[in-house]
Design a protein around this ligand. Structure first.
Ligand SMILES: NC(=O)c1ccc[n+]([C@@H]2O[C@H](COP(=O)([O-])OP(=O)(O)OC[C@H]3O[C@@H](n4cnc5c(N)ncnc54)[C@H](OP(=O)(O)O)[C@@H]3O)[C@@H](O)[C@H]2O)c1
Length: 258
């Protein structure tokens, strides 16, 4: 008879794994990084500014968590390659950087559209190309692409962002199809309305209040509420979850309002 598997907490431990979380100087990336580090992973924080990352590294260190930092601009592929290839083996990639452009489509020039798609979507493919070969060699890896509920539920004034986010879920599925037999899983994580610094103005506006009421939970999510879902996808517990988009939105996308 086979030995029973100890699910909790063993299947949620990340000891011995290294996780790169892009865009983790603040917001959801920072929350995800803390969650993965608390589960035992060595985390690599990322942003464009070493000065902005330094206090985060200090916080990690004070909490006894293992962290380093990479700095590069997503659009700068040589800098990305140099940083990621110099970081040692990466077992978990959380691609969390996602720039927004909230203008109506008629005001977005083709070059603006292409730049946002490049930073939000093409950069994900570039990162996966850098980290996946090592994961495949080691027969273990987790690719987690942070999308958004607007990838499926469009809203006016976000055409390039919506296209990029829809593309990320599709990319996660495509990678799952290609890498399924290698020990590497590929999933998307889809947040709804989170009260991050970036959304502070929106939350205080009438549109933000409408969003709050649109949510069955009748509240914006606290940033830390993303971390459990990210940990699940990164963990051994999710070994057979592949090509999935995990939505964390308090029920917004499961409901409509007449
Ligand atoms: N907040 C929400 O309600 C919500 C909802 C749905 C989806 N999402 C998605 O969740 C992700 C995180 O959103 P957020 O609001 O928490 O974070 P955010 O405030 O938009 O992003 C913060 C991080 O991204 C980095 N960053 C931004 N542009 C970059 C670039 N071009 N190159 C390198 N780094 C870059 C920032 O680094 P610097 O320190 O260099 O600025 C910072 O670490 C995004 O993909 C977003 O689309 C968020």
């Amino acid at each position: 008879m086979s030995r029973p598997v100890s699910i909790f907490p063993d299947q949620f431990r990340l000891n011995g794994r290294t996780a790169l979380i892009t865009g983790s100087a603040r917001g959801l990336g920072w929350e995800i990084a803390q969650g993965l580090a608390q589960a035992g992973a060595r985390v690599l924080l990322h942003g464009r500014s070493a000065e902005r990352l330094a206090p985060r590294l200090a916080t990690m260190s004070r909490a006894g968590l293992d962290a380093g930092a990479l700095t590069f601009e997503m659009a700068d592929r040589p800098a990305m390659r140099q940083a990621v290839m110099g970081a040692g083996p990466i077992d978990i990639l959380v691609h969390n950087v996602g720039e927004r452009d909230r203008r109506p489509f008629a005001e977005i020039e083709p070059e603006d559209f292409a730049r946002l798609i490049d930073v939000d979507l093409v950069a994900a493919h570039a990162l996966v190309k850098l980290v996946a070969p090592g994961m495949i060699e080691r027969r273990w890896g987790r690719l987690i692409l942070v999308t958004s509920i607007v990838g499926d539920l469009a809203t006016p004034g976000a055409s390039s962002y919506t296209a990029a986010k829809g593309g990320l879920s599709a990319l996660a599925r495509a990678l799952a199809a290609e890498l399924g037999a290698t020990g590497v899983t590929s999933n998307a994580l889809s947040p709804g309305f989170f009260a991050t610094e970036t959304n502070a103005q929106l939350i205080a506006s009438p549109a933000g209040e409408r969003q709050r009421l649109r949510c069955p939970a009748k509240r914006w999510a606290a940033p830390h509420e993303i971390a459990g879902a990210a940990l699940f996808l990164a963990s051994p517990a999710a070994s057979y979850v592949n090509g999935h988009t995990l939505t964390v939105d308090g029920g917004v996308s499961a409901t409509y309002q007449a």
